[in-house]
Each structure stands twice: as C-alpha cells, then as structure tokens.
Design a protein around this ligand. Sequence first.
Ligand code: ZN
Length: 346
Amino acid sequence: MLVVHHPDQALHDPDQVFRTGKFVAQPDRAERYRIFLDVVTRARHEIVVAPLDQAEAITAVHDPDYVAFLEKVHDRWIANPDYGPVVIPNVHPTHRMHRKPTELLGELGWYSNSTSCPITADTWKAVFASAQVAVHGADRLTAGGGPIYAMCRPPGHHAYPDLMTGVCYLNNAAIAARRLAQRFGKVAIIDLDVHHCNGTQFIFWEDPDVLVTSIHVDPRLSAPYYAGYADETGAGAGTGLNFNQPLPWATENEAWLGAVDRAVARIRDFGPGAVLVSLGFDAGAEDPVATFKIDDQGFAEAAGKLAALRLPTLLVQEGGYLSPSLGGYLQSFLAAFEAGAAQQPS
Ligand SMILES: [Zn+2]
C-alpha cells in the first residue's frame, strides 16, 4: 500500500489543554505520528513524502480569511509580551452574536469554539503538511491504483470551513474528497472515528456528489455534542446523502460491524467512483477516550468489508490516541484492507 506523510506533521506538539476545570494531557501528541510511521515502515509499505505545493486545494474547502488567520495567529500572539506561550482562546460568539472583530482574542474566538485547539509556533506548518498529505494521497489515487493511506496528523474531520475545533484545524478528509470528486464524480466518505465528523457533514451537507456516512458515539453523550444525530440527513441537492449512525457507549465489535455493513450498503446504492475512509482508531477498546470496545479483529473485519467494495480508496487518518494498542489497530486495519483488496472478486 502506498503511504503518504510529511515530517512537518510532528512539529505541532502542545502538551496540555484546559478541560474540566484543569489542565489535562493534550490527546493529539506528535508521538502518534511516530507510531504510525513506525507501523508502516515495519510493514514495508511504500512510503512517500508529500510535496507542499497545493495550497489552493485547502481554500477549495476553507474560508481564505480563516486560513490566513491560522497561518499568522501565532506571530500576532507573541507580539504581546503579556500573553503565554500557547495560543488558546477564552471567548467565543454564540448563535446570538455574529459580528467578527479585528482584535486578536476576539478574532481567535470567532474561528474556534473551545480550548481544544492550542496553537504553538509551528502548528501551522504541521496543519498545512497534514492537509497536503491528504491532497497528495488524493492525487496519487486519481493517477491510478490504490488503496492509499494518507497518514494525516493533526486530524481534520471536526474542522468547518472557518472553524477549528476538537484538535482539528483543517478538514483533511473534506479537502481530499473535494479533490477526488473532480476526478471520480461521486465520492463516498465513511467515517469510523468514534466521534461524529461534524465538520465533514457540514461541508457536504448540500452536496449531491459526496455521500457522508459516520459511525460514532451518541452525541448526546460525547463530543462533538451538537451534531451527529440520526435525523441529520442532508439538505437541498444533498438531501438523503448524510447517514449518521450514533451508537451507545461501550459498543462492541458485533454492533459496530453491523453499522459498517449498513454504511457499506448505502455506499453501494450511491454508486461512487471512489471511497474515502476517515480512519480513526479511538473506537478502540484500549484508546484513552474509553468509549467503544473495538479490538484488532473488529478493525480488520471493517477493513475487509470496505476493501470488498472494490473501489479506489483513500484512507485518511483521523483520531486514535496514545495507548500500547494504537499501532496494532493501524497494522491490523492496513493488513486486512490490503489482503481484501488483493482478493479476486467472487
Ligand atoms: Zn475522535
């Protein structure tokens, strides 16, 4: 399997976020990048470094003003000697407030909705590289072959066109899917991360060319809280092309794989030219988010079901956090996908 990455992805590594009234460990550590790279190196996959020359692919999805803000916010922040070393917002508009200011703290709050997206000196480089990894993965898939694993980190599926949220800054999967739609016409996304892909859902809400399916923990119980419900099915030309399957806390392999089967059936009905898998491993039983109870076998079986679609497929890394099992989840999924893709159609 071809693997795409970029070393700049490890440059973003803030160690703490403020939650539940205290500083806690920031889940998306650079160590994740090194674990993923170690897995694909040991498995002897072909590994390429993404070029960083497709900035316009990002603004095909994201608001250019937001992208420019992300790029410069740390420079603006450190110009104030009274501010701490990490950019963290402390004020946000609500749905009753809709005027964008120019002062730094106000503008930062406008483009974010929580304290979960800390920004350090090199965050932009890492975020940009992660998006470019997705773009290059899409371009390589367009050139033929596949499957391709875009080893994105930081993840992206929570990010909206002009909003960072949930450790996501740019929506790597959406950027890649829009790119793929240019070549393949219709594209189906299946998001396996344990959290709902609220950013991806928003971006393709009225899009007739992109089916979004997501399997995730019930948003009444977990982030992103405000989206991911089963009655959210798209609008306008995208009516019926958003398929959410919220599942209970502590869901195990059998129920989760049943949801994968239902998503795969929807993808078959849609008839896409390519599939994008938003590949999170935080549904894993050993993941520190401690939500679902999926194991290596469950991830492998999901991979087999997706490989059986026999469509050009781009795997885009989303969440999945530090535990001794993280590398094993990835190894199991990639090995099973490759084995499934190599089988002759029956
Ligand atoms: Zn997640």
